[in-house]
Design a binder for this molecule. Structure first.
Ligand SMILES: O=P(O)(O)OC[C@H]1O[C@](O)(COP(=O)(O)O)[C@@H](O)[C@@H]1O
Ligand SMILES: [Mg+2]
Ligand SMILES: [Mg+2]
Length: 354
């Protein structure tokens, strides 16, 4: 026991913080590593944690206070907004406005950028306030996903689209909160990935998953097989090969955060390929794909959209969707091989006028 604790302390990116450290203390210690830091990003991470505690409470009692079910409105993606989608949206916006560190917010639930009025703030946040909406009413894990950028627009002015269209490699921090059998906040600031479990009775997040490393090889594949016939051959072949592997498991709960978190810890691959209905894939680049790609690459996994790392995609619009593959190194290189061979074949056929 002493050895493993010692090991956890050493591995913790030299922060030498034992499992059980509060999130607050961890944030302070991380900030000390940046001599010029003024604490704005630290405060922003605390504001996100605070909002997630309030949402966690709402989710836990959702069935008792009639906040389940659809609201009757649709978001810009044409999806029915659930009451909890909007409650989570309002709670996050309120926490970020009151926190004072964010000038603008991009949310899945709002068509336009939300101006917080904090025109002297340095950061903008893109967020999916409630991920896995189809699972809200049936008590299956759901989540929140966030991505933080330093603004490019001048201090003293409102946020603009360019603040959000900087590209995945410009994220200064990103992560998610999973509201599952326990509630856990997992994030990166570009120096590794750490997970904090929420202790309800104390109202605190504690370090529970220090320096998360994704297994290089995994046996889990997560994809909505209902669309199998619509997938391209390299994707079909990849899934068929995964099935043939002994010990392979299909796991798909239909909540991106839940499927992603499981695979991050156990090893595996999440696929949302193009379908007839969603030719660009279903997931939203700025507040689903980029943040999870940042986390997975920091944990030693890979992200891919069929041609490149998701972090290298040049964004065009704030609510754009993107093909999404996220997973363990070995499975992702196999998938990349399949797709590269397929693209080469298509190219050859085109060159031969076929
Ligand atoms: O039902 P499908 O097509 O498999 O899509 C499920 C995916 O859609 C999502 O629900 C989209 O996210 P939202 O719930 O935030 O809209 C993901 O969480 C999930 O992985
Ligand atoms: Mg989502
Ligand atoms: Mg959502």
């Amino acid at each position: 026991m002493a050895d493993s604790l010692q090991k956890t302390m050493i591995n913790n990116h030299n922060l030498a913080l034992p499992v059980g450290t509060t999130l607050d203390r961890f944030i302070n210690r991380q900030q000390e590593a940046f001599p010029y830091a003024k604490g704005e990003l630290s405060q922003l991470l605390r504001d996100i944690a605070l909002a997630s505690k309030i949402i966690n409470r709402e989710i836990n009692r959702a069935g008792l206070i009639d906040i389940t079910g659809a609201l009757g409105s649709e978001n810009i993606q044409g999806e029915a907004q659930q009451k909890l989608d909007m409650i989570a949206n309002i709670r996050f916006i309120r926490a970020l406005v009151n926190g004072g560190e964010v000038v603008g917010i991009l949310s899945e639930e709002d068509d336009e950028i939300i101006q917080t009025g904090n025109v002297n703030a340095k950061y903008v946040v893109a967020m999916d306030p409630l991920d896995g909406s189809s699972n809200i009413d049936v008590n299956v894990s759901i989540g929140t996903i966030f991505s933080i950028y330093r603004r490019v627009s001048p201090i003293g002015t409102p946020a603009v689209e360019e603040d959000f269209l900087q590209g995945g490699r410009k994220q200064v921090a990103a992560g998610y909160i999973l509201y599952g059998s326990s509630t856990i906040m997992v994030y990166t600031t570009g120096k590794g990935v750490n997970g904090f479990t929420y202790e309800n009775s104390l109202g605190e997040y504690f370090l529970s998953h220090a320096d998360i490393k994704m297994p290089e090889n995994g046996k889990i594949y997560s994809v909505n097989e209902a669309y199998f016939e619509e997938f391209s051959n390299p994707i079909k072949d990849f899934i068929v090969d995964m099935r043939k592997q002994s010990g392979c498991m299909a796991r798909y709960i239909g909540s991106l955060v839940g499927d992603f978190h499981r695979n991050l810890l156990k090893g595996g691959v999440y696929l949302y390929p193009p379908t007839r209905k969603a030719k660009e894939g279903k997931l939203r680049l700025l507040y689903e794909c980029y943040p999870l790609a940042f986390v997975i690459e920091q944990a030693g996994g890979l992200s891919f959209d069929g041609t490149q790392s998701i972090l290298d995609i040049i964004p065009e619009n704030i609510h754009q969707r993107n093909i999404t593959y996220l997973g363990s190194k070995e499975q992702m290189s196999k998938l990349k091989d399949n797709l590269d061979k397929y693209h080469a074949l298509i190219l050859e056929q085109m060159e031969n006028g076929l």
